[in-house]
Design a protein around this ligand. Structure first.
Ligand code: GCU
Length: 138
């Protein structure tokens, strides 16, 4: 299956705001998590098939401190303390990928800040079937 990208500005946000003041984002903006533990962004992801999927988060962190988040799928913890290290500037965007098991159909994928700094600025989440990528050509 082709990867599908979900924009953070279209997700459900608790204790965060959609902003567009740092260039380089995709879509119409990004989510700035409030600087506190527990702020979250929740993406409604559709999986055509159950099984292992890759989650690729595009983010910026203009500080030098890691901004880890916990990841839950339909309320179940699946990744603890996923790291979002400093990217050098709020306008410098990088990706972090982790693999999780998804159910067929809708999956609520929530990323919740675990420190008082909140999460990174969150641009998007791209979901693919894990290992689906074709091998490099000759
Ligand atoms: C700055 C930056 C925001 C960022 C915030 C933070 O205010 O402009 O985009 O979200 O720092 O530390 O979280």
């Amino acid at each position: 299956a082709a990867p599908v990208t979900y924009q953070s500005e279209d997700a459900t946000v608790s204790q965060g705001v959609v902003e567009s003041n740092h260039t380089g984002y995709t879509g119409s903006g990004f989510v700035n998590f409030d600087n506190l533990t527990g702020s979250y962004v929740e993406y409604a992801v559709n999986a055509a098939s159950a099984g292992s999927h890759s989650l690729t988060f595009r983010f910026a962190n203009g500080t030098t401190a890691n901004r880890p988040v916990n990841v839950t799928v339909n309320g179940t913890p699946v990744v603890s303390g996923l790291s979002f290290p400093g990217t050098g500037a709020w306008t410098t965007w990088q990706t972090v990928t982790t693999n999780v098991t998804l159910a067929a159909g809708t999956n609520r994928i929530r990323t919740t800040a675990t420190t008082s700094n909140g999460g990174p600025n969150a641009d998007s989440l791209t979901v693919d079937v894990a290992g689906e990528e074709p091998p490099p050509g000759p």
